[in-house]
Design a protein around this ligand. Sequence first.
Ligand code: SF4
Length: 642
Amino acid sequence: MGLTLTEKILQHAVKNENLTRGSRIGLYADQTLSHDLNVIMTYLALENMGLEKKKVPEAFQYVDHNMIQADFKNADDHRYIQGMAEKLGITLAKSGSGICHFMHLEHYAKPGKVLIGGDSHVPACGGVGSFGLGVGGFDNALAIAGEPVYISMPKIVRVTLTGELQPFVSAKNVVLELLRRVGVKGGVGKVFEYSGEGVLTLNVSERATITNMGTETGATSSLFPSDEETLKWLKAFGREEDYVPLSADVDARYDEDIYIDLTVLEPLIALPSLPDKVVRVREVEGTPIDQVMIGSCTNTSAQDLLQVAKILEGMDVASSVELGIYPSSRTVIRELLKSPAYRSLVTAGARIFEPSCGGCNGCGFAPATGAISLRTTPRNFPGRSGTKNDQVYLTAPETAAASALRGVITDPRDLGKKPAVYTLPERFDDHQKDYLHFPGNPQAQIIKGSNITPIPEFGTLPDTVSLPVVLKTGDDITTDIICPAGALYLPIRSNIPEISKVSFHLVDPTFHDRAKALQGSILVTGANYGQGSSREQAAIIPRYLGIQAILAKSFARLHLANLVNWGVLPLIFQKDQDYEAILPQDVLQIENTGELQEGQLVLVRNLTQGTAFFVNLPLFQEDIDALKHGGTVNAVKYKLQA
Ligand code: SF4
């Protein structure tokens, strides 16, 4: 039996483990990726562990999320980050050089390697055939320290692409089509592996658009083969020595098959406020818009922006619309400056921001109250733009540009223009000035600003959990809801007591005060709890506020791992009616947590209603044992102190 591409890559990253689907595997990273927003917890954890130098072969630090220096907080965080990078020997991209996932794709991602990083869109590197795994800050710390990160071996789905994209239908529409078909939960526990003749028609930045936004399906990762296009990309960045050809064996075993004919795809758009509410642009054409944001790690390669510039060329952005553009990297800006493209963008009336996440995480280009914003970002969860009750549509750069010109949602094919013809340059300009390469320095000065508070200490799980339900929610609670994005909140992510005050504000503004007053409670929620980002603050905050167990219909993979790390017991309803029957404030009891075993059913008593029901424990024994210590963070600390 042949191997899938995923199996071929993962077999070098595990030690003496077989890759049976569903089994627990420990992955050793070849590379790690960190960004400024999530890395503070990572570095605090590494300081706690006493790590003097990185143990992973290659480690990279980007500074792209928290760029607004309106006061000392972000600037202090950046200084701490630089100190830790210097100490540990981590390559640092200078602040504002670009969005981590795209910069990594340009300069460091390698076919066949495993990249583990503290962000959910790490699978962008699958565009060059590198297996990317997004993890929380503590797992990222483990990876940097050379320790394995444990996941359940995913199922592998073959996505066969046929045909060729038509003019003005770019790669973003491929992943929107995937989301339309499988939804935001359809990729949970799976890797999407792309194959078929259609793959050959897509270059690396187009492939990375697809693998990046594959995250929105809940997938563990997404992967393209490494082929002639990969070699062209690596050569263009002067690193052809990183090339290895890689593809699945013809007789590889896949768990599912999906077929997408690129030729028949049309411009697509996701409606507010979930990435899988995808319809054809034709169905919402003419909807007035107020704002357009072109940017994020999913789009705004040089190719994307050349296409946008071509559409805007010689025309003006509609007077009712503000258009903001965040290029992916300085490399992209340097490339645009070589052609009339940059001039076209500026002349048309676009605001051009520094290369960073910026508007994507609500840190720079929030829409006005009640305004409709059209974005090329990967996600549109409520409030993510920075404005409560926002109305964010997600689409491809071509649709975004055409709509900016007309002031209404517009199919770009209707403008009657010719698309730009893009050819990858033989060689991009040198990028080394964008990085600082630190060999490691135990004497590096580490300065921690007052905004960085120590990691909270948590105790062990009590043998009997008998607590009231502090909050009951519906499905699809995102990490943005638990720990909000936006310029007001990002700078206080390093300060758990402060950020916890706005937790769940979109669902129940009284949550923080009630949970804190209870000093111990249980949360009940629907399907796909914790979808969205890797931010572990979304696990730490509930724990900090006294939540000891979360009963859900299902959990997002990354968030489930974060809950285990921080000592929150996750349980899954067997029957919807058990979820329905629970009322807020009911007191639930779980006994004998010290004896929990992998695969067992756990009895939950509803003391208020005098009923009882069984729930599933979605964990391997090692995770259960860690939970008994109060989470993996505690378990690792005890191990290191022993
Ligand atoms: Fe940055 Fe947005 Fe990409 Fe996250 S999804 S890495 S916030 S650009």
